[in-house]
Structure formats: structure tokens, C-alpha cells
Design a protein around this ligand. Structure first.
Ligand SMILES: [Fe+2]
Length: 278
């Protein structure tokens, strides 16, 4: 896999530590002990996620002509992602996603909420098509306007050419204040990609969860409120409701994919066609 992370979970683990409810507030902005791989990952992400890059990826992926597959098939395909995780102690991608969905189900949330838990990371299949880690995972943020200092490792944006571009370096940049996030070109990653895939099929709250679950600068740090409209603020209630399941439902207990499949296949069939364009 192309990139400095040993596996994609290293980024997830870094976020879990960052938002650990037991973490002392004085430590919140202290990333001195971050592993070199994670730092390097953010350096690459912040340096290369320019608006031009994002537009290029939108053009490449939005036609959804990479592959046709069923949703469960896509989960299994994502599972073939070869990384350095330990097969004995670490959970596979499919198990991670099932844990998230099962935690949502246990709390009695609607079926589309559970389904969002199952599929929200499917965009990570881009890693199988040669995309570097920094274009697949990472906290997401708007491009085309100033990079907020609420974004983790903000200092790495100094190397991003957009940070010095007069068109992009102002607070609102090319966007209209309060014009809504739909007009905003978010940094490219698995969230935005799978949003395009799922858009015709999932209800709006689930689409918000899919599209913005890694937008930590907004849903955890309160940044970029000035770009949002009322619809976004409504949608972000769902993004915030989803986030604890994404962050804290991962445990060592292995869910049994074989046992759980009939239930989740039922949910998949209710919302998605048997073949989905990726
Ligand atoms: Fe994710």
C-alpha cells in the first residue's frame, strides 16, 4: 500500500486517541508523541490536497465507471486490502464495519442508520486502485478557501500551493458565506467518493454521515460553520450522532460475519440494487 501508514487503521487509532473522552484537555493540542508515520501521512495529505487535485479526482471517480459490484461483495473486496495488520489480533475491514453497524443496531437506531455504519468506509476500496493513503483517509476539509487552523497539523498546509493563492486563501475563498456545503469541494477521500456511489440510494441523513464522517474540523472542532446552510446544520446532527459509533465501537471482540450476513444482506437489498456502480 502506498504511503507512510502501516495500515489504514493507524489513522483511525490516531483519531480515537485524539478524541478519547478520558484525555486531559491540556493534552488536546499536543501531538508531540505522534508516530512518524502518522505525521508524514498528514504532511503529504496537507501538502497535496489542493483544489485542482480534488477537481481532478472528482472527474475521475464521479462517472462511477471503475467497477460494478454488490455491496456485500464490495465489503469482501475491501477485505482483500493487504496491509500490515496482524491477522491474529487485528480485525479485518469487514469486521470493523460490522462492529460499527452492530453497535448502532444495539441502540435501536433505524435500519438506514445501521446500514450507514456498515457501508460508510467502502470508499476505501480506492486504495486497491493505487490511490495513495493521503487521498483515501485522513480528516477532511474544504479546498478553495483558507485551511482552518482547527485542522490537525495545520502547519503542514504551508507547503500547499493553495495556501498562498489569492483566490483561495481568504476565509470564504471561492464560496458564498452560508451557501451550503454542497457547493464546497471537500478534500478527496473515501467519504466523498462513497457519497457519490450511495447518493441515489440512501436517505439524506445517511448520506450526511457517509459524506462528512471524517470532517472532524467541522463536527468536532466547530470550524467552517460560515459555509453551512440550515440544511447542513440539520444534517450535521446526524453526523454527530454517528461519530461515537465510528470512533468508539471498535473492540477486540470479533463479530461473526457469516452469522450476521443474512440480517445485513436484508438491509442492503432494501436500499441498494444488486449491482452498484463504483
Ligand atoms: Fe471512514
Amino acid at each position: 500500500m502506498q504511503g507512510p501508514l502501516q495500515n489504514l487503521e493507524q489513522w483511525d487509532e490516531f483519531i480515537q486517541q485524539r478524541y478519547d473522552p478520558n484525555r486531559k484537555t491540556t493534552e488536546f493540542r499536543d501531538y508531540a508523541n505522534t508516530t512518524p508515520g502518522v505525521r508524514e501521512f498528514y504532511r503529504l495529505n496537507h501538502t497535496h490536497q489542493t483544489r485542482d487535485f480534488v477537481l481532478q479526482k472528482q472527474k475521475e471517480y464521479a462517472p462511477l465507471n471503475k467497477r460494478k459490484m454488490g455491496i456485500w461483495e464490495a465489503l469482501e473486496y475491501l477485505n482483500t486490502l493487504v496491509d500490515d495488520s496482524d491477522p491474529d489480533t487485528d480485525l479485518s475491514q469487514i469486521e470493523h464495519n460490522l462492529q460499527t453497524a452492530e453497535a448502532i443496531r444495539r441502540d435501536g437506531h433505524p435500519d438506514w442508520f445501521q446500514l450507514a455504519g456498515l457501508v460508510h468506509d467502502l470508499g476505501k476500496v480506492m486504495c486497491l486502485w493505487g490511490e495513495p493513503q493521503w487521498a483515501v483517509v485522513g480528516d477532511t476539509f474544504p479546498t478553495g478557501c483558507a485551511y482552518s487552523d482547527k485542522i490537525v497539523f495545520h502547519e503542514f498546509f504551508a507547503a500547499n500551493p493553495d495556501a498562498a493563492n489569492p483566490m483561495y486563501k481568504t476565509r470564504t475563498g471561492i464560496y458564498e458565506q452560508g451557501g451550503g456545503l454542497d457547493q464546497v469541494d471537500m478534500s478527496w477521500g473515501h467519504d466523498e467518493y462513497f457519497y457519490h456511489v450511495a447518493k441515489p440510494y440512501l436517505p439524506e441523513p445517511a448520506l450526511y454521515m457517509v459524506r462528512y464522517h471524517s470532517f472532524y474540523p467541522a463536527h468536532r472542532e466547530g470550524a467552517y460553520d460560515f459555509l453551512m446552510n440550515d440544511r447542513d446544520r440539520e444534517g450535521f446532527k446526524w453526523v454527530k450522532a454517528f461519530n461515537p459509533y465510528d470512533l468508539y465501537s471498535k473492540s477486540a471482540a470479533k463479530p461473526d460475519a457469516k452469522d450476521l450476513r443474512p440480517y445485513y444482506q436484508g438491509l442492503i437489498d432494501k436500499y441498494f440494487p444488486s449491482q452498484v456502480a463504483f
